[in-house]
Unconditional design. Structure first.
Length: 281
């Protein structure tokens, strides 16, 4: 399993990194389009839309993203979009976590399909606009999510159940603990401090999300970091809830050793548009 994970990760990086560092953002946007199309295919399968419905959903996501490649040529002020997507995540995510897998099964399939496609395409637009801002900004947002996940894993394994008697969401993801959430927050805080130190010493192509937030003071940056880290956890929990409702462990087996595309994107789906909203506001 570990060997598969490493091989898959290396192959993904071999595709993603050249696209990210290509001088024009359109190369990265094209790769992101393929990933979102795959995510759409997985989303339809998780919601029992059949093989044809899954292929059609992947095609719809791919076409919508490809049709928007024009907007990767420069920054777009889409404050209303980011606020709307944030509101959908706050309302929908809160409702889902409160109702659990049983509540998700009651949502009409058409509504599930529409919300899923909308969230996937919004995440595509957010990540491509982040690349338009700059590589440093893009990496700072994505690394925030990865560090939160890594910090949660290690501190959860080390202290899980020792500081808090109740787990984070036992009916959705029994392995997740409040100690893990604290580990994620600590990891992101250290990452932010390190990132800003590097920015002060090295000339980069753009200001990171941390640098943008720091311009408004330490209190604002602290609140924003807690906010983004919390929603990375929610994104993970929401996908776990949907997989539990579908009775599957992974969203697919497209990425050997890692599961599916949605298994790798789940925490990024809410964080990307929220990060774009914060940097714009």
């Amino acid at each position: 399993m570990l060997r598969q994970r490493v091989i898959t990760a290396v192959l993904l990086l071999a595709v993603l990194l050249p696209a990210v560092f290509y001088p024009q953002p359109v190369a990265f946007a094209a790769v992101a389009t393929l990933l979102i199309a795959a995510g759409g295919w997985e989303w339809a399968r998780l919601n029992q839309l059949g093989s044809q419905g899954a292929l059609a959903t992947g095609a719809v996501c791919g076409v919508l993203c490809a049709a928007s490649l024009y907007y990767t040529q420069g920054p777009v002020r889409a404050g209303a979009l980011w606020l709307t997507v944030t509101a959908v995540w706050i309302l929908g995510g809160s409702w889902l976590l409160a109702r659990g897998a049983a509540g998700w099964a009651l949502v009409p399939k058409a509504v599930r399909w529409l919300v899923g496609v909308a969230c996937l395409c919004a995440a595509w637009f957010a990540v491509t606009q982040a690349r338009v801002i700059g590589i440093n900004f893009l990496f700072s947002v994505m690394v925030l999510v990865w560090v939160a996940d890594i910090g949660a894993y290690f501190l959860g394994r080390l202290l899980g159940g020792k500081l808090f008697t109740r787990k984070l969401a036992p009916s959705i993801s029994p392995g997740k603990t409040w100690e893990g959430v604290l580990g994620g927050l600590l990891g992101v805080a250290l990452c932010a401090l390190f990132w800003m130190q590097v920015e002060q010493r090295v000339e980069l192509d753009s200001v990171s999300i941390y640098g943008k937030l720091w311009q408004h003071g330490g209190v604002v940056m602290t609140i924003a970091i807690i906010w983004l880290t919390a929603w990375s956890v929610v994104g993970d929990l929401v996908e776990s809830l949907i997989k539990r409702s579908a009775g599957v462990k992974d969203s697919s087996n497209l990425l050997p050793g890692h599961g599916g595309v949605l298994d790798r994107l789940d925490a990024l789906l809410p964080v990307l548009p929220m990060a774009m909203m914060l940097q714009l506001l």
